[in-house]
Ligand binder design. Structure first.
Ligand code: FE
Length: 139
């Protein structure tokens, strides 16, 4: 993975075979980013996404193999328990141009990924909310 920072903006390239979520976390740790937003596009051949079951308060995850375009990755960067916390959602298309998506757990890049982080000068923490079963932003 490579990146280039221009003041509070970072351009990112993640390469074939690299895992997207871990690569983004590594960049956030290296640059000590506490708060920000992420967008990106690319391609993956192994992606795992989840869907929150609001009754059981558990995520149901599913893996998709084969060539998919990452048509849109959107998310935010915050901190929880001193660690970088990424909340990422993704939409990806298969060979029939059918769009799938969900809460992103992992994606192995199959060609390239081009991302963009905007750093916000501030800090927002997350805390677990028992009612929802989610790590909520503490605003
Ligand atoms: Fe989510």
């Amino acid at each position: 993975m490579r990146y280039k920072q221009f003041n509070n903006k970072v351009f990112i390239r993640i390469d074939k075979g690299e895992e997207l979520v871990e690569s983004l976390k590594t960049i956030c740790r290296t640059l000590d980013i506490k708060l920000g937003s992420i967008i990106g596009i690319g391609a993956t051949d192994r992606v795992t996404v989840g869907l929150m079951n609001t009754k059981t308060k558990k995520y149901q995850s599913k893996e998709f193999m084969g060539d998919h375009e990452i048509t849109s990755l959107v998310g935010n960067i915050s901190r929880m328990n001193g660690e970088v916390y990424l909340h990422l959602h993704v939409t990806f298309c298969n060979v029939k141009q059918k769009a799938l998506g969900g809460h992103l757990y992992s994606a192995v890049i199959s060609a390239t990924f081009e991302g963009f982080i905007e750093i916000i000068d501030g800090q927002i923490l997350r805390e677990y909310d028992q009612t929802l079963g989610l790590n909520l932003l503490q605003l």
